[in-house]
Structures are given as structure tokens and as C-alpha cells.
Design a protein around this ligand. Structure first.
Ligand SMILES: C[S@@+](CC[C@H](N)C(=O)[O-])C[C@H]1O[C@@H](n2cnc3c(N)ncnc32)[C@H](O)[C@@H]1O
Length: 430
């Protein structure tokens, strides 16, 4: 079976950038500009671009020493241009430009225009790093950026977006009437975390071509908002022999099925509520939360009872994957303007979270710790349920069932000892 999940998925599953690359309609042979390439060793953008694409990748980097490292690390796969993009250009047509640079003002107020003149093709994408939570960036310890930059960020946010924080609504409104760019989507830079986000724009097509969806999504977007799963599913190892089971997710919205429409392997996914409920084990099991119209007692049942039950049982093969719906932030899911769940079951859910996960709010780091000692499952990642909307505290946790090595001689001896002597030490009273 072809394994598509990179081993370091613990690190990369959190990467909104990887999910984006799997969602955007970009040809593998596309020409790509990576602005700021290698600035953080390539971990944020350059590594992933090299992995996802076979075409030309041109990296702009103003620091000579980083530029030289780029050449070495990627062995010529990345063409390093020494200089500030804007002062230098690519002068070739390209399909994607990634801006992972600060200050953000230069991206939005200058370089997006440079990209148009430089060669961004109609229908081509610009992915722009942006602040989704200014206060969180500066009021954490230590602040993410030098405190003296706060003023500059605030002024730019207000001037350009009319807001400190770039949300989907803010970005959509800003580009609503833009002559050249349209807003496509927004995604956390690290899934489920603030303060940085990627804003994705697309150069408008000639009018006769417009109207084509800019994402690999079925056209009925109202039914297909669970796109975090769509981003994750292709990364899980599966082929035509794999068995895939979905528990839940066919409820009032049918959004899980619709969301995975057209994704390789999803057409063979079995509905766990039917005749397959008792067959086992499976290569991939998706434990989906049920839809909003179902009484909340059932919703909590799905979250509370099914996950521990599945983890304890044999439904997932060794080396197989479990993708389970999770409330990773109880206050976000139950309180506030965008709450997904009615408040009456909040206490119940909070109790479960504390009992099972150790906290009402978890993130990739705490889940990783939670499962580090787990005998049966390892934690691979956490992804938002809706990538382009307020996350509402809901996500998918991705776990892999550990493969057990064959027992060693000593292990076999221990098991035999246990069965012969019931685990009693010799000399102990019977
Ligand atoms: C956050 S780092 C980029 C990290 C990079 N994407 C990676 O994966 O390693 C920002 C980099 O952008 C560079 N930079 C800032 N303005 C730039 C510009 N106009 N053109 C090219 N690079 C720029 C900085 O020198 C720094 O190296």
C-alpha cells in the first residue's frame, strides 16, 4: 500500500499550508514563486512546495547566506534569487506566488501589484501571510514579533482591512470589488491556532471563464463545509484494497459524504450504520459527528461514548488510521455568537473533555502529549473541521493505531509465565 502520510505528520498536519496545497487547483508542473524562501529553514513553505510540485520553484531571499543554504538544501530544485522581491522580479509567467514575509503591509499595498505585472497568470493564486489575531501575537509571552512592530501592524490593519484581525469576512469584503484579485479562502497557518493565517487570493479570469470554482470542491458549497476532512483524507494511506468505514456523518446535512465526493477512495467508504457495522477491522475509520438537527444528547453521545469505545476496540487495523470528530475548544463550540452546539450539554461535554483529554480545550501539542504514552494509538494531527470559517472549536483528530512488533522471546516467556502462574511471583502465598 502506498503510504502518503509523511512520517512527520505530527508536525505537518498542523500546517494549513499543506492543506491548502492539496485543495487548490494547481498543476503539478506549475511555476511557483516563494517569497522569503528558506527564511525559517524552508519549514513553512519551501519544503512543502518542493514536495507537492515538480515544476520551477523560484525562491526570493534577501540574505545571501540563506540564499546559499537554499541552493544546498534543495540541490538545485529551488532557483534562489538573491534580493527583495519587488526590487527584483521573476519576469516569467507563474501560477502561484507565496508571500511569507513581514511587514504584511508590503504584500498587500505593493507586492500584489508587482506580481500582476511580473507574470501571475489569470486564475493563478497569491497566498499571503496575515494576522488573524493581533492581540494574541503581541500579548503572548514572548510576543511573536518585536513589540515596536505592533503599531505598524495596527495601522496597516485599520488602513487596509479596516480591522486588526483578518478573518474570512474581513478579507472577502476587502476584495469584493477588487479589479484584479478575488478572495478564495483563508486558513490558519497552524491549524486551530492563532495568530497567523494564510489569505488566498486568485487573479481574476477573463469574464467568460469566471465562475469556475477556485477550490477542488463540489459546486454546492452549502453542503460541503467540512473541508478539513477533505484536506486530510487524501493524505491517509489507502488504495483500492483498503477498507474504509464511516460512522455518522450522513445525518441531516450529509456533509461528510458530500465533502468527500470525488476524493479518491471515498466512493468505497462504507456506511457504518448499515450492514458493515460489525465487520472489522478497517484501514481507515472516520468517526463523524452528527448534524445540527439531531438532539444534542446524541451529539454528545457521539463525542463521548464513541471515541473511547473505538479506541478500546479492534475496529481499526494495526497501522490503520482513525479520524475522529472532536470538540477541541469547549467554550468556542458552546458559547458565543458562532456556537455550534446548544448550551444545555456543555457541562457534560466539558466533563468528558477533562476526563478523557485532561482539559476543556486541547490543541495539537497537548493531544500529542496525551497520546505519547498511549499503548495503542499515536497522534498524527489536529485539523479544523471548517477551514475557511470560524473554527467553532470543532476539528478532526487524526490517530494511527500502532503496529505491535512480534513479541520477543522474553515477552513470550512473560506471557506464558502469566498464564501458568496467574502472574504470581514464586514464593508468594497462593
Ligand atoms: C517568515 S520568513 C520565511 C520563511 C520561509 N517561508 C520558510 O519556509 O522557511 C520571512 C523571510 O522573508 C524575507 N523577506 C522579507 N521581505 C522580503 C521580500 N520583499 N522579498 C523576499 N524576501 C523577503 C526575510 O528576509 C525572511 O527571510
Amino acid at each position: 500500500m502506498k503510504v502518503k502520510v509523511p512520517l512527520e505528520l505530527t508536525r505537518t498536519a498542523k500546517s494549513g499550508f499543506r492543506s491548502l496545497l492539496s485543495l487548490l487547483l494547481i498543476d503539478r508542473n506549475a511555476t511557483i514563486l516563494d517569497i522569503g524562501a528558506g527564511g525559517l529553514g524552508g519549514e513553512q513553505t519551501t519544503d512543502h512546495l518542493v514536495e507537492f510540485f515538480d515544476g520551477r520553484i523560484i525562491g526570493f531571499q534577501p540574505a545571501k547566506v540563506v540564499c546559499d543554504k537554499l541552493q544546498n538544501k534543495y540541490q538545485g530544485r529551488v532557483e534562489a534569487v538573491h534580493g527583495f522581491y519587488g526590487e527584483c522580479r521573476a519576469n516569467v509567467p507563474f501560477d502561484l506566488i507565496v508571500f511569507d514575509i513581514r511587514p504584511h503591509a508590503q504584500i498587500y499595498e505593493r507586492l500584489l501589484d508587482v506580481a500582476l505585472a511580473d507574470g501571475l497568470t489569470p486564475g493563478g493564486y497569491a497566498i499571503c501571510t496575515s494576522l488573524s489575531h493581533l492581540r494574541a501575537a503581541y500579548e503572548r509571552e514572548p510576543p511573536m514579533f518585536p513589540p515596536e512592530e505592533r503599531r505598524q501592524d495596527e495601522e496597516f490593519g485599520q488602513r487596509f482591512f479596516g480591522a486588526d484581525d483578518v478573518t474570512a469576512d474581513v478579507a472577502r469584503a476587502k476584495f469584493e470589488d477588487h479589479p484584479h484579485y478575488e478572495f478564495v479562502t483563508i486558513i490558519d497557518k497552524w491549524m486551530g491556532e492563532v495568530p497567523l493565517t494564510w489569505v488566498v487570493l486568485r487573479r481574476k479570469l477573463a469574464s467568460k471563464e469566471s465562475g469556475k470554482s477556485p477550490l477542488r470542491l463540489p459546486p454546492d458549497l452549502t453542503r460541503t463545509r467540512a473541508i478539513g476532512l477533505r484536506a486530510i483524507f487524501p493524505m491517509l494511506p489507502h488504495d483500492e484494497r483498503s477498507t474504509i468505514l464511516r460512522l455518522g456523518g450522513s445525518g441531516d446535512f450529509g456533509d461528510i459524504e458530500a465533502d468527500l465526493a470525488g476524493v479518491s477512495g471515498a466512493d468505497r467508504m462504507l456506511d457504518g450504520l448499515g450492514e458493515h457495522a460489525l465487520s472489522e477491522p478497517f484501514d481507515v475509520v472516520i468517526l463523524a459527528p452528527v448534524g445540527a438537527a439531531v438532539p444534542s444528547v446524541w451529539k454528545n453521545w457521539v463525542f463521548k461514548k464513541s471515541l473511547p469505545g473505538l479506541l478500546a476496540g479492534p475496529r481499526v487495523k494495526q497501522g490503520g488510521h482513525l479520524v475522529a470528530g472532536i470538540v477541541y475548544n469547549v467554550p468556542e463550540a458552546y458559547d458565543g455568537a458562532f456556537a455550534y452546539f446548544p448550551g444545555d450539554q456543555r457541562a457534560d461535554q466539558a466533563d468528558f473533555m477533562r476526563e478523557f483529554f485532561g482539559a476543556e480545550t486541547v490543541n495539537a501539542a497537548s493531544l500529542s502529549t496525551r497520546f505519547s504514552q498511549d499503548r495503542d494509538y499515536e497522534f498524527l494531527g489536529l485539523v479544523d473541521r471548517w477551514l475557511d470559517l470560524n473554527s467553532r472549536g470543532l476539528g478532526w483528530v487524526i490517530l494511527r493505531r500502532r503496529s505491535r512488533p512480534a513479541p520477543t522471546l522474553t515477552e513470550r516467556a512473560r506471557v506464558a509465565w502469566q498464564s501458568w502462574f496467574g502472574g504470581r511471583r514464586l514464593g508468594q502465598p497462593q
